[in-house]
Ligand binder design. Sequence first.
Ligand code: NAD
Length: 254
Amino acid sequence: MQGLTGKVVVITGGAGGIGRATAEVLAEAGARVVITDIDVAAGTQAVEALRAATGGELRFEPLDVADPTAVTALSDTLEADGWPVHGLMANAGIAPTSPALDYSDELWSRTIDINLNGVFWCCRAFGRRMVERGAGAIVVTSSIAGLGVVSPETHAAYGATKAAVAHLAELLGVEWASSGVRVNAVAPGYTATPILERIQAESPDTFDEWVSRTPLGRLNTPHEIANTAAFLLSDQASGITATVLRADGGYGAR
Ligand SMILES: NC(=O)c1ccc[n+]([C@@H]2O[C@H](COP(=O)([O-])OP(=O)(O)OC[C@H]3O[C@@H](n4cnc5c(N)ncnc54)[C@H](O)[C@@H]3O)[C@@H](O)[C@H]2O)c1
């Protein structure tokens, strides 16, 4: 990955799954990686393990992306510490399922708070510094569930947030294009992370259906999504902004 050496990249939800794999790819490319997550134990462990594995410069910062004050405070802290943020992967997310008529107010609102509002708070806080500096790159994690209706899941809130953040990437990508800040979305297909492992255990028939609907005939690996996100954050994607890139084994082909 070109152009990432010495650059600070923040990853939200970086303690596990896709975010952690992206932290590894970026650290191997020479980036200074800030893993943030609400799960302090897993985030701390991830940083220690990735430092040992890559020899890279990584730090962990606890963060609830649904708290806009905390997001702004982290942006200020990193700036004050000499970690000027060049890249952001707004990746933290939850994937609850519920029949639409059974959604509690709390579950609906929490999904929107983390998956949509949290992405915007991060884009706003970290994007502000990038726009001021005239350089930066942002990737938000959408999903195939944001580009079409995937079945048999019932996850109206999740799908709605993933559609919203895909469009948000296009909106911000266009708005900040003249400021030197690129904004794109990656839309993973079914990817072998803890979210899916839990669903595989709870509902094997659903899991088998996902695989059968994926032309590659398997789940994506977290590192396949990580490579896609790292590419979009790197200078190799210098001509790409306001785009949604599927990394889904062909699931979303029309
Ligand atoms: N795994 C898949 O198949 C798949 C497919 C499409 C999209 N995605 C998206 O990829 C992203 C990463 O998911 P994953 O599959 O790696 O799952 P994961 O559960 O391993 O990672 C999600 C991370 O987000 C963190 N998180 C949750 N709430 C948070 C909050 N309020 N503030 C900060 N961090 C918080 C979790 O602690 C966790 O570490 C999510 O946005 C998910 O919707 C995943």
